[in-house]
Design a protein around this ligand. Sequence first.
Ligand SMILES: [Cu+2]
Length: 113
Amino acid sequence: MRLFSALVLAAALSPISAFAADNVEVKVTGMTCGACVSKVQDALAKLGGVEKGTVKVELAGNKATLMVAKLDDKMKTAITDAVKAAGYTATEVAMTTAAAAPATTETKKTKKN
Ligand SMILES: [Cu+2]
């Protein structure tokens, strides 16, 4: 049972760890409500080079986190422009060492065993 759990966990984690991607944090100013969050979220999610399902926008933290294939100057500009086009300002686009979004459903499954 313990080995099985380890295998399930490894299978769940491998798609992320095997894939080289950069974690990015974007400081966003101007967001005041949930609609703002949605606008920024949509703008970033449809950008080329952004990994699907990795965009998270925090109203309280005035920031967005996402994963991109590679955070080069071109990507930074694309992110800044996308936020600007949505009506907000990206004051800082930086790579972080933060882990990818926790897979809460996988954790629950593993705990059952
Ligand atoms: Cu708003």
